[in-house]
Design a protein. Sequence first.
Length: 448
Amino acid sequence: MSPTKSLATYAANLSYGEIPTAVTERMIDCVLDSLGAAIYGVSLPWSQALIGYARRYGGGGKSSIFGVGEKKVQAPFAALANGGLIHSFELDNVRQPGAGVHAGATLVPAGFAVAEELGASGAKLLAALVAGCEVMFRVGHACRETSEKLGFHAPGLTGPLGAAATAGHLLGLNPDQMVHAFGIAASLGSGILAFAKSATGGMVKRLHLGRAAEGGVLAATLARDGFSGPECVLEGEFGFLHVFSREPDLTRLTRALGEEYEVMKICMKCFPCHITAQAPIQAVQELRAKHPFAAEEVADITIAGAEKMITHHNIVEPKDVMMAQYSVPYSVALSLRRDPKDPRSFAEENFADPAILSLCRKIRLVVDETSRNLEGYLGARVTIRLRNGQELTREVKSFKGSPADPLSRAEVAEKFFTLTAAMRRETAEKLFQRVERLAAEKNVAALL
């Protein structure tokens, strides 16, 4: 059986009862994390543009846009808007080691959109989300972190495949239909990293995840209705892995499938900025707690990390909010001036703060040579030199929120209630509690 067919068979046939409790609980954490991120992002201008588009052209459906009330839209439009909302402020979860995948911003929007439309149960939705995660994370891992070296924004490529697995599972696709869904989804991947090298246009990054979720719903729906796609789309000649990556490892697609769950590699952020900045910020915070110093006392900072940190995230003077969040120097500098856990610290009126930008210029990124053989490495070693000559060094290999040090449910709750502060507390608490018991929901449509 080909890798594509093996993954399709797994995604089509997975049942809730065979998934370990630890895996479903981690997926519930992912859902809670994603809903909080979406609700926080509703009022942002780029989110409002997506919401307006979905309502204008997708009306008359049964699927909700998270956090915006009763008006429903068609499932693909809900997936588009909700993917954009979840990814709207760099709050959503990824994978560690890194593999160019965002479970929350691709699977959750596709899953909820289709589950609401069908009136599916919470248990069915959880199984679909796990199926999508296992497919998407394995495809991303098989790319060996090379897609972004080619200039692609990897989550926009891997996302439609995972979302197709999730949506297809809910739609009841058989293995052959799921193969076709993957074949279609692989042609819907998109997203380039031009925003990372441009002074403007950062909003487009938020769109990539919404388009991925939408593409998965489209692919699965077309496959259900008899539309076909290439049967060996992952591993075949001119297939996904050979077009979108260099020297892919095909064995990663199915290694320990059904035995070792990729869901357990979901990584949640404590700080609303790119995942590469999480370890450096934590290191700075820990150094400051142990050796109190003021930002004005900093002479310079050296951050040693993976090569990608330097090639993609060494942005000293960001020109918009997205680029500020994408920049490791800016995010670290901000953490010395403001509360890095508070999303409002990254608000538009703050990103041009001269004090933060001055600190940015004192931060140097270098490659940690020991990381070259550690694919997807997200750790960092930070050295702060103070004006009095004192040097402080801290290395963080596994930051808070990573699989080695995951957020507890209480910590997930703390983040959730911070992000949903604009809601009535009673409403937010009710939503949190019902998602915690998602498997008991008879109809997901009653949840939102």
